[in-house]
Design a protein around this ligand. Structure first.
Ligand code: PLP
Length: 406
């Protein structure tokens, strides 16, 4: 038989958080080494548990969740999502504006498949959560990266966005709170981003999966609030992070704005949703419970809470290492430190991460894996408890000391 090759559609598609670095980690594990995996924002392995009402709800509904559901999702979940946004001031948001998916990941892919024509340019932040870039490419589009400015707390560079808009630009992706930087955008920034979309007739795709993981009084602003009725906005969120159930695969996308102008696109989105039948039905049942009930996140994000304390500790300890600086995260589950190129003249940051992995058995993700243009950052997941985090950063510091002395 002839050699079977992967599709040419994958030519520009990368997803490095589970790429060659993970293959190497698995190889080391197969040799008996214990690897501390700090490459993925998955709370469960670090001792975080889902609210018990969510687990109970899924168990309760299992017997009646055996069949396919409506491909857009079960009515109670979609109603709960619509009511959630209504309670946040988005009054023109209804059950039919909501699609439930197997996590935000699946919905990003479905939406982009339904939206993008070959060659369409989509503005994506750099750094980004790399599924966005990969899914734009896989859908036939061209990701165009706009810079976020580390010196401004990783706020999006509005002038850079404007300079990259062409007549072929169709949408603007916002990730807020941001993965990998931990930035949470203030109201003026979110308004300004939406205004750019308004002026240039762009659709806004707003990934808000970390909307509840906020530190030090940071406030999250839904882009849809400022998009009003004249900018089409698709808001993505789900249960994976704030409710700590990545494995259940439950997310949603909510469509707001001039929906009457998007009928054809929404028909296309319904078509691609229909083609995959529906998302995991037991997990859909948890959405109403999660959004409707009292599920305190405060115990995690306030002082003394694990998400908060671990993020602050990681930021502080990393900044104590010579030549390392990181912006204090305002939300999410990551720090994205910079390695001063004068101190660490790295040319291939994936190779650097693999060297760290082999030497210290700690797996982080290189910055270029998030489409950051320079090989001078890495992302650390802040989910381990403080003891483990101290140990991990201590080992990273040891490795960096070796690099400095080479
Ligand atoms: N969007 C961002 C910004 C993420 O960081 C992640 C996961 O890490 C996702 C989407 C995907 O989440 P889900 O588990 O809902 O597919």
């Amino acid at each position: 038989m002839r050699e079977i090759r992967q599709s040419r559609k994958l030519k520009d598609v990368r997803y490095d958080v589970r790429g060659p670095i993970l293959v190497e980690a698995e190889r080391l594990e197969s040799l008996g080494h214990r690897i501390l995996r700090l490459n993925i924002g998955n709370p469960a392995p670090f001792g975080f548990e889902a609210p018990s009402s969510i687990v109970a709800d899924i168990v309760h509904h299992l017997p009646e969740a055996q069949g396919y559901s409506d491909s857009r999702g079960i009515f109670s979940a979609r109603t709960a999502v619509a009511q959630y946004y209504q309670s946040h001031g988005l009054v023109d948001c209804h059950v039919d504006d909501v699609f439930i998916g197997n996590g935000v990941s699946e919905l990003i892919s479905l939406v982009l498949q339904a939206f993008i024509d070959d060659g369409n340019e989509i503005l994506v932040p750099a750094p980004d959560y790399p599924l966005w870039t990969g899914a734009v490419s896989l859908s036939g589009g061209t990701p165009v990266h706009y810079l976020c400015d580390e010196e401004q707390g990783w706020a999006p560079d509005l002038a850079d966005i404007e300079s990259k808009i062409t007549e072929n630009t169709h949408a603007l992706v916002i990730i807020n709170p941001n993965n990998p930087t931990g930035a949470v955008y203030d109201e003026a920034t979110v308004r300004a981003l939406v205004d750019i979309a308004r002026r240039h007739d762009l659709v806004v795709f707003s990934d808000e999966i970390y909307e509840k993981i906020l530190f030090d009084g940071a406030v999250h602003h839904h882009a849809a609030t400022f998009a009003g009725d004249d900018v089409l906005c698709l808001t993505f969120s789900g249960l994976s992070k704030a409710y700590r159930v990545c494995g259940y695969r439950a997310g949603w996308v909510m469509v707001s704005g001039p929906k009457h102008l998007a009928r054809d696109f929404l028909e296309g989105l319904t078509l691609v949703s229909n083609m995959r039948m529906c998302s995991n039905v037991p997990a859909q049942h948890a959405i109403q419970t999660a959004l409707g009930g009292y599920q305190s996140i405060e115990e995690f994000i306030g002082p003394g809470g694990r998400f908060y304390e671990q993020s602050m500790l990681a930021h502080r300890l990393l900044n104590e290492i010579p030549g390392v600086s990181s912006v204090r995260p305002s939300g999410a589950l990551y720090v994205f430190p910079r390695l001063d190129p004068e101190v660490y003249p790295i040319t291939d940051d994936q190779a650097f991460v693999i060297d760290l992995l082999r030497s210290q058995h700690i797996l982080v993700t290189h910055g270029t894996g998030f489409n950051w243009p320079e090989p001078d950052h890495f992302r650390l997941v802040t989910l381990p408890d403080v003891e483990l985090l101290e140990e991990a950063i201590g080992r990273i510091a040891e490795f960096l000391e070796q690099v400095r002395s080479e």
